[in-house]
Design a binder for this molecule. Structure first.
Ligand code: ADP
Ligand code: 5GP
Length: 224
């Protein structure tokens, strides 16, 4: 009776570096087979264990700038001295096919998406405390001390942007945080503004006619 929009939902997830975005999203995807995680391009060097085409498309600065020139990004930003950007074409294809697309991106990029695509769902992940954030950044063991300090300082600025998002999830325990994100996605699918039109199937139309012709039914209802 109701035609619900079939397009996928675009979901943007941000939060300070080290708060656990990638960890939480991995957990989200375990229990959500209708969502797809976008693979970004970056000019940053791969970390140990990172795979080209899975974690990121690793490009040189020049290659990245060529893609900017060719208008290949939905958004891009400079973060911690490197470029990061979301490839455009594949996203539209996934959304048109009813697949939800998750972007794990920093705030400047998220705000660009907010200007362009109003129906996007914005989720901000927070660490339980700044002390825990520092511990996680150090524990990940992927950046030099200098870079950790830089990311940690940036985190303080980023926290002020939380009110520009629709939802906030504290990543205390990975499973609980992921569950909250999945519940947000379910709730978003139930929004009334996803209803495109109300209609009757042909069988329902027939029943409708029969009901309208049923005098007892009509009289009974008129009495009420
Ligand atoms: P981000 O993607 O936000 O930069 P990561 O997902 O890489 O962060 O997580 C940073 C570090 O914190 C990783 O070593 C990860 O294992 C750890 N971590 C993530 N979530 C939690 C959590 N809820 N409790 C403890 N450690 C966590
Ligand atoms: P990292 O170097 O830790 O992988 O990522 C640094 C930051 O860049 C993180 O906040 C991450 O979410 C963000 N990021 C990753 N991909 C993109 C992207 O395509 N666009 C933007 N704007 N940020 C991204």
């Amino acid at each position: 009776m109701k035609k619900i929009k079939n397009e996928g939902q675009l979901i943007v997830i941000s939060g300070p570096s080290g708060c656990g975005k990638d960890t939480v999203v991995k957990e989200v995807l375990k229990n959500n087979k209708s969502a797809w995680l976008s693979v970004s391009c970056t000019s940053r060097k791969p970390r140990v264990g990172e795979v080209n085409g899975i974690d990121y498309y690793f490009l040189s600065k020049k290659e990245f700038e060529q893609k900017i020139e060719n208008d290949e990004f939905l958004e891009y930003a400079m973060y911690a001295d490197n470029y990061y950007g979301t490839p455009k074409n594949i996203i539209k294809e996934k959304l048109d096919n009813g697949i939800d697309v998750i972007l794990v991106i920093e705030i400047q990029g998220a705000l660009k998406i907010k200007e362009k695509l109003k129906e996007t769902v914005f989720i901000f992940i927070l660490p339980p405390s700044m002390y825990e954030l520092k511990k996680r950044l150090e524990g990940r063991n992927t950046e030099t001390k200098d870079k950790i300090i830089k990311r940690f300082k940036t985190a303080y600025k980023e926290l002020n942007e939380v009110t520009k998002y629709n939802y906030v999830v504290i990543n205390d325990t990975v499973e609980v945080a992921a569950n909250k994100v999945n519940n947000i996605l379910i709730a978003e699918k139930c929004r009334v503004d996803r209803i495109e039109e109300t209609y009757l199937h042909s069988l329902e139309e027939e029943i409708h006619e029969i009901l309208l012709e049923d005098k007892v039914f009509i009289n009974k209802n008129l009495d009420i």
